[in-house]
Structure formats: C-alpha cells, structure tokens
Design a protein around this ligand. Structure first.
Ligand code: ME8
Length: 507
C-alpha cells in the first residue's frame, strides 16, 4: 500500500464556483478514488483562498463583513463538492488559525536564513489576478499578461523573497526531472520561461494601508503577507508542517498537485523554490490541465461567461456531468463547452452503450430466470477474455498517467464487445429453443462483465457503479476494489432498478 497525497488549487471565494473549478476537483476525485480502489492510502486536499483585497472588495460590494462573506462562500463551495461527490479528506481555508500560524513560521524560517529582505518596490499590479508584473511584461502584453486588463503602477516599501538565489538550482532540478511538470507542453513552457527570463525576487508583503485583509507579516504589523505566498503554503500547512512532524513526513512530498494551466508559474517556479528554501522536497508531479472555453474565451468569473455546475447537475445528473468532463477532452488540453456535446455524450455513451446494456441484461435475467443466475458453465467468452485482458493491462497505466480519455476508451471497448455479444448470440432464440444452459451461460457472462465494468467506472461515476452493483445484488462497499476485477464463479440475485441514464430528447 502506498500513500497518495493529492491537492487541488485553493479557489478564491470572491465569486461562486463554475464549471472550471468543478473540473479540477472532479479530476482529483477520479484519481483519489482510483487510488483508493487500488488499495492506496489517500489524502485528498481541497479548500479556499480567502485573503486579499479582491475578496475584501467583494465583501464590501455585498455590504457585509469580510468574515461573513468568506464564511458564506465557503458553504457554497462545500455544497458543490458534496453535490459532485468530491471525496476530499480535508478542506483547508487560508483563514484557518493553524494555517496562519504556519505561514508566520515559514516566513520566520526564511527570514532567519537571510532569504527575505526589505526594499523599495516598483511594479504593476493586476487586482483580478492578484499578480504583480514588471514594466517590460506589461508593455509586451499591453496590460496584464494574464487577463489583458489594465494594471496599476505601485511604488512602496515591501519585503522580498530571494527567488533569484534559487534560479540555477530550479533549472537544474527541473532538467533532472522532466516528468515533474506535466503535460510536456507545460514543462516546455516553464523551461522556456526560465531560459528567457532572469528570475526577480518575489515581493511577498503588502502594506496594510493598501491591503487590509490578510495574514499579518511576522514582526512587522504594517504589512500583510502576499496572498499567493500565503495560499501556496496551504499544501504543507494542511499536513502538519512544523506542527506534526510524523504526519508531515508520512505525507510530504505531495504525489500530484492538480492545477489549471493559468497558475503554472506560481506552482512550477515560486512553489518549488519556496520549498527548497524551507529545506523541503518539491512535489512529485505538478499537473496542469487545460481550460474549458466557450468559443475562443476561457470560462471565467471575471469574464462573466460562467457555466454553473449546479444547473448541469440538476439537468443531467452528477454522473453524466462527471463523465462528460472526464471523457470529452484529454486532461491537459482545452475543451469547448456546449450543451450539444454534453447531450450527445450522454445519449451515445451512457444511455445507449452502457445504460441500455445493463437494462436489457437485467431484464432478461428477470424474465428468463426470475432474477437468479448461478455460474453454471463459467467459461469466459473468447471475445470477453481478450478485451478484459487488455483492459486490465492498460487501465492502471492510463489512470496513473491521468489519461482518462484512454482509460474510458478501453472500458467502452469492452462495453462494445458485450453489446456485440448480445446481438450475435440472440438470446430470444435460445429462449424459444429452450436452450437453458446456453442462455444461462450467456446471461452469467454479461452479468459478470457488467460487474467488472462497474468497478472500472467507479472513479469516474461512483454512484453509477454503486447502483449497478446493488442491482446485481452485491454490496458496493465490499465489492468495489481492483482486486475484484477477476472473472469468478458466483450466483447473481438481481434487484432490477430504473434505467441508469434516460435518453435526452433534443428538439
Ligand atoms: O487561481 N477551465 O484561484 P481561482 C478549467 N486562488 N479550469 C478552470 C477554469 C476554466 N475555464 N477556470 C478556473 C486561484 N479553473 C488561486 C489558486 S492555489 C495555492 C491558489 C480552475 O479561484 C483551474 O484549476 O482563480 C484554475 O487553476 C483554478 O480554477 C483557478 O481558481
């Protein structure tokens, strides 16, 4: 059994979560569930990023105290994760006391080491992105390089973290570990950035007269800590850094940190350097997925083109939404969101291929054998054998690579084999000709095939997997586990339910 520590970004609470936030957490949930059914000991962390002027202003706009505002937004996020079946183990808030203490301690360690100093700062600030840019960067992008909006010039005293001191270390570390930043296109982006730019020291404080809502800068109460420096430290504060050594050593380094490609530099440059300076190992993998877009535009709260995941759950159900997000676009690439594509996916893959198969087979089991099918002749059909063999060989490899589209393809190939088997064997003829043994073998094969499929799809659609197993008369808590994907002799006692995925009519 290995440990598996997985993290999502901490989302800003200045607005409600949209489909992009849902996407990252569904990816992490799928990986966490896969690791659990593989028998690993998983720690899955998510949470909220609650400091900074952007959040204070959002609270002011709602005429409420910032404390009330962040508390109410946190419930909105938790409610969404609950509805999306996100099985996180811990929800961290950057306003948690233990986190604030860790940030203070980390800064003190870096100060004592000589990695933090005070100096005059001149820069260009983008409030929506909570990011500072140099004059050259702003000129080149004609505004904020991330969101293209206007920026504010700022000159003030501040504290700096010596990123530059670690530049050559980072370059050689990343050269040695070309698989740390994934997919490869993001690794190349980061290496290209490091090759073409000299790293400047990072301004990690904000004067309180300008930014009042944040963690007090240790030993200088005129300042608060820069939100990114505060938020990145969550990944170690959540697992006991400088508080619970045993726990921390058993979980750190994180095995995979999922982010969107928008925040790759913070995670692939600032974060490993912060860790190195603190004497800690970088995470094993930083995986940046692509963006959901509408047309050419990234879906984003500041653009106002958001798609509300709660409405999609209401309309299509949580399993269909999870399936769509994980199947439609290879993780790492951008995807275009449209109702048409989600409906097509549901009707073809879920209602037709999977839902119909389960419904028909359970119906036949009910009709021909009153729902009780024992093993009889348990020889696995040849076509099942080769397809399942391939699936069991490929599944874990694809899942470990976060290649969900290929993992689902392999599962759906087997579903295709089962559907073809029904068409070829023509059970209604076996019934007419009273070939009971053959009919039983046929149904047992399909039930066993469906049972195995339900385990493979569990990380993607846990509810569907559980519902199938219950309809097969099995106990999900006991039967979901990758050790159970082997073909076995057993007796099924069917408890047929409703169709899993009703077809969606399109006008
Ligand atoms: O950046 N497509 O928080 P944030 C796919 N607080 N994913 C998207 C997306 C889209 N259109 N829009 C957002 C922050 N995301 C910081 C992080 S971590 C220490 C601090 C997802 O609320 C994606 O995961 O702006 C992206 O990286 C994240 O939301 C940004 O969330």
């Amino acid at each position: 059994m290995s440990k598996f520590y997985i993290t999502t970004p901490l989302y800003y609470v200045n607005a409600s979560p949209h489909i992009g936030h849902a996407y990252t957490n569904v990816i992490c949930d799928c990986l966490a569930r896969f690791r659990r059914i593989q028998g690993d000991s998983v720690f899955f962390l998510t949470g909220t990023d609650e400091h900074g002027e952007k959040i204070k202003r959002a609270a002011d706009a709602e005429n409420t105290s910032v404390e009330n505002f962040v508390n109410s937004k946190v419930s909105v996020f938790k409610n969404l994760w609950n509805k999306l079946d996100i099985s996180y183990d811990f929800f961290i808030r950057t306003t948690d006391n233990f986190h604030k203490e860790t940030v203070g301690k980390a800064i003190k360690i870096l100060f004592d080491k000589g990695d933090i100093y005070k100096a005059k700062y001149r820069g260009f600030y983008c409030m929506p992105c909570e990011s500072f840019w140099t004059e050259a960067q702003v000129k080149e992008a004609d505004g904020c390089p991330l969101c293209k909006r206007g920026v504010e010039e700022i000159v003030e005293d501040n504290y700096f973290f010596k990123l530059s001191k670690y530049e050559s270390w980072l370059k050689s570390y990343l050269k040695e570990k070309p698989d740390l930043i994934r997919p490869r296109i993001r690794y190349n982006e980061v290496m290209g950035f490091l090759d073409n730019n000299v790293l400047e020291d990072l301004c990690i404080s904000r004067p309180k007269k300008r930014v009042s809502w944040g963690i007090d800068f240790p030993a200088d109460s005129n300042f608060v800590v820069y939100v990114w420096f505060d938020a990145l430290l969550n990944y170690i504060s959540a697992v006991g850094f400088d508080r619970d050594e045993g726990r921390f050593n058993s979980l750190w380094p994180a095995d995979i940190q999922l982010i969107g490609k928008d925040i790759i530099r913070h995670h692939a440059i600032f974060w490993p350097i912060m860790l190195k300076a603190l004497g800690l190992e970088p995470p094993r993998i930083i995986f940046a997925h692509g963006w959901w877009k509408i047309g050419e535009d990234k879906i984003s709260k500041s653009k106002g083109n958001i798609v509300n995941p709660l409405e999609l759950i209401e309309e299509f159900g949580v399993s269909a939404l999870r399936y769509f997000l994980l199947r439609e676009v290879p993780v790492g690439m951008d995807g275009n969101f449209s109702y048409k594509t989600i409906i097509n996916r549901i009707n073809s893959d879920l209602a037709n291929d999977l839902g119909n198969l389960v419904y028909r087979v359970l119906n036949m089991a009910q009709k021909y054998f009153s729902g009780r099918i024992d093993a009889g002749n348990v020889n696995i059909p040849d076509s099942f054998n080769s397809s399942l063999h391939e699936l069991s060989k490929e599944y874990a490899a694809y899942m470990n690579e976060v290649d969900f589209a290929s993992a689902l393809d392999a599962i759906w190939k087997f579903i295709g084999v089962m559907n073809k088997f029904v068409e070829e064997v023509k059970p209604w003829i076996l019934w007419k000709e009273a070939k009971t043994d053959e009919l039983k073998w046929f149904l047992f094969s399909l039930l066993e095939g469906i049972r195995i499929t339900s385990i493979y799809i569990y990380p993607f659609m846990p509810r569907v997997s559980e519902s199938i197993l219950e309809q097969l008369g099995l106990v999900p808590e006991k039967d979901i586990g990758l050790e159970n994907v082997l073909w076995r002799k057993r007796t099924f006692v069917i408890k047929k339910g409703n169709p899993l995925f009703p077809r969606i009519d399109v006008d």
